[in-house]
Design a protein around this ligand. Structure first.
Ligand SMILES: *Cc1c(COP(=O)(O)O)cnc(C)c1O
Length: 427
């Protein structure tokens, strides 16, 4: 071994703290924040140690353009094994005919399906963003809004439930090639069979985006669109509790095209460390333990909604069938923006969100979106949800009183200590 080689070896083994104290510090602080604050961001969760360590494994170093058994790179035998496991487990978990586990994100998964199912200039019918839809469902600032002609449907003003009649009318009127269902801030179940029936009436295809409820779907606690529609997309990092990433599930007849549109159509080399971590996540999600976890996520959301309503807060759609609770703070004369900031002072992390027919713009909003996936991972149950609802109520009711928020911050800290997560990483 030459001197240079040995120096390289030594340099490679230096710790992050030594190599880059600034980034080490940021990671440390993020770890501490995740450990000591209450994460009620509906799209976040805590991935397991097995998932996290796979994310930071040497699989990150490997190029593997192509698919298992047909790669454009040599030396792919072990990443092939990982991707094949991820594909097989994803199919089993969702009862899907085909799975593509390469999309880097939920948005990339949607891109893969759009490229497969429609042509630029075609019409898509998606849910309006202020009613709970996602950027990648046709927002003008997203590629989907640039490439396609976008028509939207929303929820009924009175019930705040998905308006299938409006969807059917708009479908008749605009003859979209693709109907997109699934949302980021819609707390209720979706009747995928009904959406497919609407699509059948006009010869369109359906893409169901289950980025949010995927973990509940996997556990059999939320309707599974794989039984009804041609294309299903998801993220793997929300209720599914895996690494950041995306996933496409589809009927066998679309498998070849979907694979070709994800790679090379929309992406280059797959992130093999994250694909391996997706395999770990799917394995975890196939366990009985995950089913009871998902049941607790649901029970917690129902309790949180009930406890907030009991204290006078208006819950959009009157409740929840998922991990999401959307609170209308506008009726109390508040904004989501203020609510988000005040709660953060109290150690409770949530986000402002538009509510259906919101009079306020997206950076102000009249809503707070709460989710119970992360706190359920910590082991929190109904009594803690009641406690959290009380804190949220006191913070909002006091108009973000600084002293009160500081006092609650201390209480949150104590409760978080009783439900530890990642604390060992801080040592
Ligand atoms: C979160 C989300 C996505 C995409 O997620 P990214 O991984 O951030 O691209 C797509 N669709 C819906 C409905 C979502 O909520």
């Amino acid at each position: 071994m030459s001197i240079n080689d040995s120096l390289a070896g030594e340099a490679m083994a230096r710790s992050l703290a030594e190599v880059d104290p600034e980034i080490h510090g940021a990671v440390h602080q993020e770890t501490e924040k995740q450990a000591t604050k209450l994460v009620l961001i509906a799209s976040e969760n805590y991935a397991s140690e097995a998932v996290l360590s796979t994310c930071s494994s040497v699989m990150s170093n490997k190029y593997a353009e192509g698919y298992p058994g047909r790669r454009y790179y040599g030396g792919c035998e072990f990443v092939d094994e990982a991707e094949t496991l991820a594909i097989e487990r994803a199919k089993e978990l969702f009862g899907a005919e085909h799975a593509n586990v390469q999309p880097h994100s939920g948005t990339q998964a949607n891109m893969g399906v759009y490229f497969s199912a429609i042509e630029p200039g075609d019409t898509i019918l998606g849910m309006e963003l202020p009613h709970g839809g996602h950027l990648s469902h046709g927002h003008k600032l997203n590629f989907s809004g640039h490439l396609y002609n976008v028509v939207s449907y929303g929820v009924n003003r009175d019930t705040e439930l998905l308006d299938y009649d409006e969807m059917a009318t708009k479908a008749e009127q605009h003859q979209p090639k693709l109907i997109v269902v699934g949302a980021s801030a819609y707390p209720r179940t979706i009747d995928f069979a009904r959406v497919q029936a609407i699509a059948d009436g006009i010869g369109a295809k359906v893409m169901a985006d289950i980025a949010h409820p995927a973990g509940l779907v996997a556990a059999g606690l939320f309707p599974n669109p794989c039984e009804h529609v041609d294309y299903v997309t998801s993220t793997t990092h929300k209720t599914l509790r895996g690494p950041r990433g995306g996933l496409v599930l589809c009927k066998e007849e679309h498998a070849k095209v979907v694979d070709r549109k994800v790679f090379p159509g929309a992406q280059g080399g797959p992130f093999m460390h994250l694909i391996a971590a997706k395999a770990v996540c799917f394995q975890e999600a196939l366990s009985a333990g995950f089913r009871s976890y998902a049941a607790q996520v649901l029970a917690n959301a129902k309790e949180l909604a009930r406890a907030l309503a009991e204290r006078g807060h208006r819950i959009v759609s009157g409740g929840t069938d998922s991990h999401i609770v959307l609170v209308d703070v506008g009726t109390a004369g508040l904004t989501g923006k203020d609510g988000e900031a005040w709660l953060n002072d109290a150690g409770i992390v949530a986000n402002k969100n538009t509510i259906p027919f919101d009079p306020n713009p997206p950076l102000i909003t009249s809503g707070l979106r709460l989710g119970t996936a992360a706190v359920a991972t910590r082991g929190m149950k109904e009594p803690q949800m009641d406690q959290i609802a009380n804190w949220i109520h006191m913070v909002l009711d006091s108009g973000g009183d600084k002293q009160l928020c500081a006092a609650i911050r201390a209480e949150v800290d104590e409760v978080c200590k009783s439900f530890p997560i990642y604390d060992w990483r801080l040592n």
